[in-house]
Design a protein around this ligand. Sequence first.
Ligand code: DAH
Length: 344
Amino acid sequence: MLTKLKKLEAAAQQALDSCADADALEALRVQYLGKKGELTALLKELQSVDADQRPVVGAEANRIKVELGEAIRAKTESMDRQRRQQQLESDSIEDVTLPSGLIMPGAIHPLTQVTHRIVEIFHGLGYAVADGPQIETDYYNFSALNFPDNHPARDMQDTFFVENGLLLRTHTSPVQIHVMERRRPPLKIIVPGAVYRHDDDITHSPIFYQVEGLAVDESITMADLKGTLRRFVVEMFGDNTPMRLRPSFFPFTEPSAEVDMGCPNCCGKAKAKGCRLCGDSGWLEILGAGMVDPAVLENVDYDPERYQGFAFGIGVERIAMILYGIDDIRLFYDGALPFLEQFA
Ligand code: DAH
């Protein structure tokens, strides 16, 4: 029995030495140590060995089993390591300092940046963002906002009409009506969005952006409107920016005002010295505003005896042009990278 074990060990060792890959090693393991393997079979014969011989033979058989198993495992591991090393060497990168492909970082469009900033300022004052359709009916865009039937804004000259009496909204004010129809006061909303007009020159674009504001509650006054707009101007342009309200007219507000800020270019001081931005007036118009006309409140079934409100409409391009000193509105829409990259 001991001789058989010796022969088996020698044969296994020889076979192990000539194993060239993992499959051969596994086959070898099965051949000797598997359930039906040669060593396993010998171990079963142990019962037939004389009792006094059995401990010696058993110990020898076990030693071979353990050592052979260990040797197979070690060789498998070392072949694995070798294979990985070879792979690493053949996959190697030649020069990690070589420049990679050109990476072009994007930038948020300046009009989007300014819109976000405006919304953020009014968020801070408790306003919620609302939204409405860009294709409107005459009712929402005009009639409900108290435009008389013969108002010139309804003219083909200004408004893009689409079929079936629908039109592209000319301002964000119709969203006031949509929101008030759905909700009861108190409400404070801000509405950023695209608007459309038949207009195209250095300061006008057929599509442009506004942010509408509306606050309705009991006992709201013009002082609330002025304080709110003051807050906006200070946050947007800085503490010391002058601001004034000028009487104006909008069909949906009474009284109405246009709001000017001091020209940041000449600071209102260099009057009559050729300021390109303000035409030497020292002031720049930045938005329209007013107290919601009682007729508009009635159109949405709000009791004008009980509720008052104020509204305002900010031109996003106008704010962005003043903020960044841009004099041609078309730069916003051309998509030219040298312009846009400056806002990264
Ligand atoms: N909708 C006006 C426009 O597009 C702007 C405006 C003026 C909005 C006064 C208002 C407002 O809410 O109160 O010219």
